[in-house]
Every structure is written in structure tokens, then in C-alpha cells.
Ligand binder design. Structure first.
Ligand code: PHE
Length: 456
């Protein structure tokens, strides 16, 4: 097997780990995980999320990397080629298409939220948080949300950053950007947890995160926890598949997948430990929704010594974490345009970037002029189209994508192929993987869907 992707290959397996971690660790960990945990009541939600990471997330990540490294092309063409070589229906390429659509939809709002983080770099650097009351910090944030032009401006800057990196290609663009950023983010989060310990409400935060109270968890919450396991590991839409296609052949798929999942989970838990003590110390609302980290962390930065420096650094790193995820969200579409339309990477990046930017305008206005509320599986959602797109992608498209990836890897693909590619023989570890993707994932995902929509 000496075939390589035409788009290039990671320099070595560590770069793959770094890149996949860069894709996985993002707004999902630091912004989304804390706010949905707050909305769905804490401990029990976290437990379901951890369980989903372990028994669904890791096996599917292995499957997705496996398919990618086998196919060596954009997810659409990878699925087309694999369906052919494994003697399956050519409709399997629809899996690649649904991933491309999900990637556009996710990035369209992801970029708007990353724009908030960009705006907060300036706020932090200018000392806007220093010694401010929780109320003032809340007003600062709601003031920003109320102004679509401000949101549009930062959304545009973030999309531009994404286009620039994607246009430069695998080695020059993606690899360079993530080498130093992930470790720095990790260190800064630990520092924030240190501050949270000094608030006096640390234990209450720990209890909220780890003490499961199942009476607080609805089936909509379980679906959200499962959806988030896919979202946070970048699964079900081809991002990990295409990163896998750039993976050299001598790397172990199982070990790298586990490493990436563990690192991703650690970052999320650290973010939770940094945020909830502050929530309780200042009497804030854990279920505040998407605004949660933008209302809590600035309070901490405003109070702690060196807060201007740390605050600025934190939002800069958050932007970088979002950036390294954003590039993986459009990489499948970009690679496909290069393969099938013969576009240069620059042209492909521009076209996908501009379309996503346009789509993002829907999210920009969903926090102000076009805001509306609705009910989803019995839970009230208040951020209009932003919530619609989020639910459609994270709670529906990604788990479905993951389900079909599992079915392909474990039921359609010949055992010989998956064994070859995973390279761990046919012993207990291979059997465990196979069991999880054959039975646990399909049954788990289907059951949670049916429960959440009230059929079961
Ligand atoms: N995993 C990223 C995060 O947690 C988001 C993402 C989802 C990236 C799907 C790529 C694909 O922020």
C-alpha cells in the first residue's frame, strides 16, 4: 500500500494526532459543552456524554479514519471508491454528500460564534472586564448580540482567516497553524481552573459536573449528549475521514483515535471545571445558554491579577482552537472541488468560504432581528435559526452520518479490509471494535433517536 492522497500527507503520525486534535478541540469543548451541560442539569448529562464518547465515539472515530485512509480521497470520492471495491451500492457516496452539507451548515454558525471570541480578544485587551460587576459584563455581551453589524463584521474576519489557511493546503496551511496552539490552550485552561479553585465555590462546581441526578435529564438531553459526542470529536461528517486520508500508513488507528478522544474530553472537562465554580460564586444561571462562557470567564479575568493578559491570551487561544476546527469543516468540500472540478485549492477555498459566509448571515440575525422561540422534544429553544441549524446538524445529521459510517465499516466492508487497515490482528481488541460498531452504535443511536422524538 504505497498510495497517497493527491492533496498531500501529514509529515508523520504525530502531526495526524495534532491535526485531529485540532479539529476535535474547539468551540465544542470550551463554549458548547459547558452551556449544554448547564441547560440539561449537569452530572447526569455529563455521564451520558462520557459514555457516548467511550462506546460510540471512539469506535466510530476508528471507523472513520479507517475509511478515509483506505479511500485516500475526499469523503464523497472515498465512499464512491470503497463502495465499488467492496461491492456495495454506489448510493453510499450520499454519505459523503451529507457530510459536505453538514460541514457547511456547522461552519456557518461556528464562524459567527468564533467571531464573538474575536471580538472578546479586543474587549479583554482593552481592559473592558477589569473590576466589572457580573451585571455589566452581561450587558456588554447582550449589547454585542443586539447589533447584527458587529456580529457580521467578526464573522467575516473569521471566515477570511479560515479561507486563508485552507487555501494554503495540508502542510503549509493546516499543519503549521496547529503545532503550538493546542498545548498553549491546555496550559491556560489549567490556569483558569486554578482561578476557579480560589472562588470558594469550586466544590459546588465539581458537584454540578459529576454528581448525576437523573431526574434532571430528559430524553432530549440524552440526544443532545450523544449528538455532542459526535460534534466534539468531529465525527459523522467526513472531517476525520479526510484527515485520515492524509494519515501515513504506519500509524495505529486505534491508539491515535483513543489519544485524540481523551485529549478532547480532558479539555471539555477542564473548561467545565473552570466555568461552573464561577457561575455559582457569582450567582449566575448555569442554563444561560450560548452566552455562558462569555458572561462567566470575563468576570474571572476582571478580578484576577494579570487578568488583562490572561483574558486576552485566553480568547486568542479560543480563536485558534476554533480556527483549527473550522478548516476541517470545509476541507471535505474543498478536496472534492479540487478532485472533481479541477479547481486550485485557492479557488476551491474561496468558493466554499464565501458560500459558508453567506449562510452564516442567518445565524447573525438569529440573535437579534430574526429571533424566535420554539420547542424541540419538549425543550424550549430561544435562538431561532441558530438553534434549528444546531439541532439539525449536531443532534441529527452527525449521529446519522456516524451510524452509516459504522454500518459501512462493520457490515458492508469485508472483514479482511478492515483488519488490514486497523492492523491489530483479529484478536480481542479487533473483536471489541467490531462488536461496538456492529451492534452498540446502531442500536444506541437508533434508540436514542426514537426516545427523543417520543416514539419509544
Ligand atoms: N469538534 C469541533 C468542536 O468541538 C467541531 C467540529 C464538528 C469540527 C464537526 C469538525 C467537524 O468544536
Amino acid at each position: 500500500m504505497s498510495r497517497k492522497s493527491i492533496h498531500g500527507e501529514w509529515s508523520n503520525r504525530w502531526i495526524f494526532i495534532l491535526a485531529a486534535t485540532g479539529s476535535a478541540v474547539g468551540l465544542g469543548n470550551i463554549w458548547k459543552f459547558p452551556y449544554i451541560t448547564g441547560e440539561y442539569g449537569g452530572g447526569a448529562f455529563v455521564l451520558v456524554y462520557l459514555l457516548c464518547i467511550a462506546v460510540i465515539g471512539i469506535p466510530i472515530m476508528m471507523s472513520e479514519v479507517l475509511l478515509g485512509r483506505r479511500g485516500k480521497q475526499s469523503p464523497i470520492n472515498t465512499m464512491r471508491a470503497l463502495a465499488k471495491s467492496e461491492g456495495a451500492s454506489r448510493y453510499w457516496q450520499l454519505l459523503g454528500w451529507s457530510g459536505v452539507v453538514a460541514g457547511f451548515l456547522i461552519l456557518s454558525y461556528y464562524s459567527v460564534i468564533a467571531g464573538w471570541a474575536l471580538a472578546y480578544v479586543l474587549e479583554a485587551a482593552s481592559g473592558a472586564f477589569t473590576a466589572q460587576s457580573a451585571d455589566n459584563i452581561g450587558h456588554l455581551f447582550s449589547g454585542m448580540l443586539a447589533n447584527p453589524w458587529v456580529l457580521l463584521f467578526w464573522h467575516s474576519i473569521f471566515m477570511l482567516l479560515t479561507i486563508v489557511v485552507v487555501a494554503r493546503g495540508v502542510r503549509q496551511g493546516l499543519e503549521k497553524a496547529i503545532r503550538f496552539l493546542m498545548p498553549a490552550l491546555f496550559v491556560l485552561l489549567i490556569l483558569m481552573v486554578g482561578y476557579a479553585m480560589s472562588t470558594g465555590e469550586f466544590m459546588q462546581g465539581v458537584k454540578f459536573l459529576f454528581n448525576p441526578d437523573f431526574s434532571k435529564l430528559s430524553w432530549a438531553g440524552v440526544l443532545t449528549a450523544m449528538g455532542h459526542a459526535f460534534f466534539t470529536l468531529s465525527l459523522g461528517m467526513g472531517a476525520i475521514m479526510i484527515y485520515g486520508s492524509y494519515m501515513p500508513h504506519d500509524a495505529s488507528i486505534a491508539k491515535t483515535s483513543i489519544l485524540v478522544a481523551v485529549a478532547d474530553t480532558l479539555v471539555a472537562l477542564l473548561a467545565g471545571l473552570a466555568i461552573f465554580p464561577i457561575v455559582f460564586a457569582y450567582g449566575l444561571e448555569p442554563g444561560a445558554g450560548p452566552s455562558l462562557i462569555f458572561m462567566t470567564l470575563p468576570i474571572a479575568f476582571g478580578q484576577m491579577p494579570g487578568g488583562i493578559l490572561f483574558g486576552t491570551l485566553f480568547f486568542v487561544l479560543l480563536v485558534f482552537a476554533a480556527w483549527s476546527s473550522a478548516i476541517s469543516l470545509i476541507e471535505p468540500a474543498v478536496a472534492w472541488l479540487v478532485e472533481n472540478r479541477n479547481f486550485t485549492r485557492i479557488k476551491a477555498a474561496l468558493i466554499t468560504g464565501i458560500s459558508t459566509w453567506l449562510l452564516g448571515i442567518i445565524t447573525v440575525f438569529s440573535f437579534n432581528d430574526w429571533r424566535f422561540s420554539f420547542y424541540f422534544a419538549g425543550e424550549k429553544k430561544t435562538n431561532g435559526m441558530f438553534d434549528v441549524i444546531d439541532i439539525l446538524t449536531a443532534n441529527i445529521m452527525l449521529p446519522l452520518g456516524g451510524l452509516f459510517i459504522a454500518i459501512f465499516a462493520a457490515w458492508v466492508m469485508r472483514q479482511q479490509t478492515s483488519m488490514d487497515e486497523l492492523g491489530m490482528g483479529q484478536g480481542a481488541r479487533y473483536q471489541l471494535w467490531k462488536f461496538l460498531v456492529r451492534f452498540v452504535t446502531p442500536v444506541g443511536v437508533t434508540m436514542i433517536f426514537l426516545k427523543a422524538i417520543g416514539v419509544l
